[in-house]
Design a protein around this ligand. Structure first.
Ligand code: NAD
Length: 490
């Protein structure tokens, strides 16, 4: 299927694309050009009801009892279908989100691998049996939690959808996934592919809609058993409140303000360009963007000028051009928000070494920006800017570096650059974050648990332990003795 602009997309409920009953139809434009892209149906309350009902029927019916080997086969088939349709999915994502196709291709590859990882992992998940002795036998069963409501943000719509769908479907749950209303296209296409490869009706439902209305209704829905949310910390708090009655299991993948520590003994030939990548890929719109670069005082000035020089070499532009490294932001409203942070940083005393201005062409572009002379207490060092803006902060020694790294409400990840392996491991144990990367800018891989400490949330995705979040453990106790128990001796 070719990517078409001006197409109308429906909701995906009970195995097919359908019109909305109670929501509206909204026009989407391409962030990089401002041109019309498509019309999407948004789900209203009765549409969410339909989707939850379809999911309930699926999970209480044959889908919930499908053997793991069959679920594994279907997940591999979906990975194959995703790979076979990679060109279409990539273009759709680029046009919808505005990010560079080079990034989207990598995200797509990871999405394929996510399905494969959980397809393999589910085969080794089983209950257990402990010797209890006497005339008692115990064993446990793993059963799907039920209907999982999954809410994803706009920054990685396709990849986040695979992060969410893969473990839930592997576990045998049925899913109602709500993408951000601005970026629902690839999730809808993936649901079509899931149906084509044989996932039964109701196993995957996609209901694009606004957060405070459709999203909140889904979270409160009594037919939902589990919520998996990725988004801002503020919305995460609200989700936690909404999910409390009736009580639901929740996992929250939230924001970050991750540090990137560079010691003077590091291999700067790698640390500097890799640190540039670690903030500017996906135009800085990443939860794990290393947006606070902490640099040892003795190399601070040289580091800043070299980092800024490399930043100026980045190829910013048409996201569909394979040479582009930084595309547009999601919208001009978001770009203005990012610029507002930079202005605030300037007012607080930060020095704008490069960038700091809005591009002059069409589209929501923002020049990659370096802020130096930043103190960790400034708003630009504490707030998640979620754009191509880095703050460079000096530190005195290892103790000072750890103090600054932890002096933030978030704890999603940290990167450490050092030539001293022992120091790398010391920092790994002292920085409060869900992941520490030593001498590499990379972060998320299928099989490596990803998630937050502190206000970055709780629960892990991408790991084996994620499956447990979609499974209940049922204990079965069996009396096997020949003599009766009759504890009261009646
Ligand atoms: P957001 O919290 O505004 O929205 C995220 C999703 O929640 C959207 O689908 C939105 O429609 C929905 N939503 C909003 N209000 C809701 C409500 N009251 N009830 C139910 N749903 C609601 O976040 P955003 O600006 O779209 O995304 C960026 C944020 O996501 C950043 O903070 C980023 O760090 C975070 N993020 C985290 C991870 C991670 O894995 N930790 C990954 C990607 C993004």
């Amino acid at each position: 299927m070719a990517v078409t602009t001006e197409r109308q997309y429906g909701l995906f409920i009970d195995g097919e694309l359908v019109d909305q009953q109670s929501g509206e139809v909204r026009e989407l434009t391409e962030p990089a050009t401002g041109d019309p892209l498509a019309h999407v149906a948004l789900a209203g309350e009765s549409d969410v009801d339909r989707a939850v009902e379809a999911a309930r029927v699926a999970v209480d019916g044959p889908w919930g009892k499908t053997p793991p080997t069959e679920r594994s086969r279907l997940l591999h088939a979906l990975a194959d279908a995703m790979a076979a349709n990679r060109k279409e999915l990539a273009e759709l994502e680029v046009r919808n989100v505005g990010k560079a196709i080079s990034s989207v291709k990598a995200e797509l590859n990871q999405g394929v691998e996510n399905f494969r990882f959980y397809a393999s992992a589910i085969a080794s998940i089983a209950g257990r049996s402990n010797p209890l002795g006497g005339s008692l036998l115990f064993y446990s069963l793993k059963e799907p939690v039920g209907v999982a409501a999954q809410i994803v943000p706009w920054n990685y719509p396709l990849m986040m959808t695979t992060w969410k769908l893969a473990p839930a479907l592997a576990a045998g749950c049925a899913v109602v996934l709500k993408p951000d209303p601005a970026t629902p296209l690839t999730a809808l296409r993936l649901a079509e592919l899931a149906a084509e490869v044989g996932f039964p009706p109701g196993a995957v439902n996609i209901v694009p809609g606004d957060g405070p209305t459709t999203g909140a209704y889904l979270v409160r829905h009594p037919g939902v058993d589990k919520i998996a949310f990725t988004g801002s910390t503020r919305t995460g708090s609200e989700i936690m409140r909404l999910a409390s009655s009736p009580l639901k299991r929740i996992t929250l993948e939230l924001g970050g303000k991750s540090p990137n520590l560079v010691f003077a003994d590091a291999n700067l030939g790698d640390a500097i360009p890799s640190s540039v990548w670690a903030i500017y890929y996906s135009a800085g719109q990443s939860c794990e963007a290393r947006s606070r670069v902490l640099v040892e005082q003795s190399i601070y000035d040289d580091f800043v000028s070299e980092f800024a020089a490399k930043t100026e070499q980045l190829r910013v532009g048409d996201p569909l051009d394979p040479e582009t490294q930084v595309g547009s932001l999601i919208s001009s409203a978001h770009r203005d928000k990012v610029h507002g942070f930079v202005e605030q940083g300037r007012a607080e005393g930060a020095e704008v070494v490069t960038g700091g201005d809005v591009g002059d062409g069409k589209g929501a572009f923002y020049r990659p920006t370096v802020l130096a002379k930043v103190d960790n207490s400034m708003s630009v060092a504490q707030e998640e800017i979620f754009g191509p803006v880095v703050t460079v902060i000096p530190f005195e020694d290892e103790k000072d570096a750890i103090r600054i790294a932890n002096d933030v409400r978030y704890g999603l990840m940290a990167t450490v650059w050092t030539g001293d392996p022992a120091r790398g491991h010391r920092l790994a144990s002292r920085i409060k974050a869900g992941e520490i990367a030593i001498n590499t800018p990379y972060t998320a891989f299928p099989g490596i648990p990803f998630g937050g400490y502190k206000q970055s949330g709780f629960g892990r995705e991408l790991g084996l332990e994620t499956l447990d979040l979609y499974l209940e453990t049922k204990s079965v106790l069996v009396g096997t003795g020949a003599k009766p128990f009759n504890p009261f001796g009646l």
